[in-house]
Design a protein around this ligand. Structure first.
Ligand SMILES: [Fe+2]
Length: 285
């Protein structure tokens, strides 16, 4: 083995040692990077968990607030409703009828939900009508009927100027739920499409429930009789499309009627609408 060959071997060995050292450095640096990445990942996972739990807490608080809000509305509405109705079930039934019709007419989910929660306020203006007229068992004089009619405008005034969308819709319902498709309703004598859709829907739901309920001045009509009256008023009192949606889904309407009748105490906050289905903690139990 010559001198040159020995020198070459020694230089290769040095080179190899250098590669090994470099490789160890790269490995060490990669290991450190991976460690940092793992730590960052762990931190991110912790942030995500914290965020999730904050969102859940916020949702629970929101839900509680919404329930308190709906419960407050329900109790205020009852103050007006107890004047001529014993249980307050009328507002639960008619609101659920109205929401169902709205859903079947293809209104967006948000509007259906707003109708469900705003419809109970339709008669809030009755709070300003004397009991002697509101609860009179016999026929009303023209003057008394004129006084009753003012509950629409009075309700709208109570609900006016709110920034809340729900109360804006409630105001629209209060002022328009006694208008008739043929223009012979009150207070403004609007006809056809001039009447807001929410008023046309709630108007029918209100009449059907009034017909099939006991009132100080009348016994309940049988369901078949009430349906006949609604059919005859198609295109007269009521929007034909609203009547069609009501009749096509009469079985679901009657299901709501029997559910509310069998529920002991119901409140607005017991009714929910999400997507294409209604649910109620009491009605479904
Ligand atoms: Fe009314």
């Amino acid at each position: 083995m010559g001198k040159n060959s020995l020198l070459a071997d020694s230089s290769d060995a040095d080179q190899l040692r250098k590669y090994a050292r470099d490789l160890a450095e790269v490995y060490k640096s990669e290991k450190q990077k991976r460690k940092e990445l793992d730590a960052a990942n762990q931190q991110l996972t912790k942030y995500a968990d914290d965020l999730n739990s904050a969102i859940l807490k916020l949702k629970a608080a929101n839900q509680e607030l919404q329930e308190a809000y709906l419960d407050t509305i329900h109790r205020l509405v009852l103050a007006a409703e107890y004047k001529d109705e014993d249980t307050g079930d009328h507002i639960i039934r008619m609101s659920r009828y109205a929401a169902l019709i709205a859903e079947k007419l293809g209104l967006p989910d948000r509007d259906v939900q707003n109708i469900l929660y705003a419809a109970p306020m339709h008669d809030i203006g009755k709070i300003g009508i004397p009991d002697s007229i509101l609860m009179k068992p016999g026929k009303l004089t023209d003057e008394e009927f004129d006084t009753i009619k003012t509950h629409t405008a009075m309700g709208a005034r109570i609900l006016a100027n709110s920034r809340a969308k729900l109360l804006k819709i409630a105001e629209q319902i209060a002022i328009s739920h006694h208008e008739k498709w043929n223009g012979k309703g009150y207070p403004q004598g609007l006809s056809g499409d001039e009447i807001p859709m929410v008023g046309r829907i709630v108007g029918l739901a209100d009449v059907f429930d009034a017909l099939t309920s006991k009132r100080p001045y009348k016994d309940p009509f049988p369901v078949e009789v009430a349906i006949d009256i609604i059919k005859k008023e198609r295109g007269q009192h009521f929007d034909p499309d609203v009547v069609d949606a009501f009749l096509k889904n009469i079985n679901e309407i009657l299901k709501i009627k029997s559910e509310v009748a069998s529920a002991e105490h119901t409140s607005l906050s017991d009714c929910n609408y999400s997507g294409s289905q209604f649910s109620s903690s009491r009605f479904n139990s």
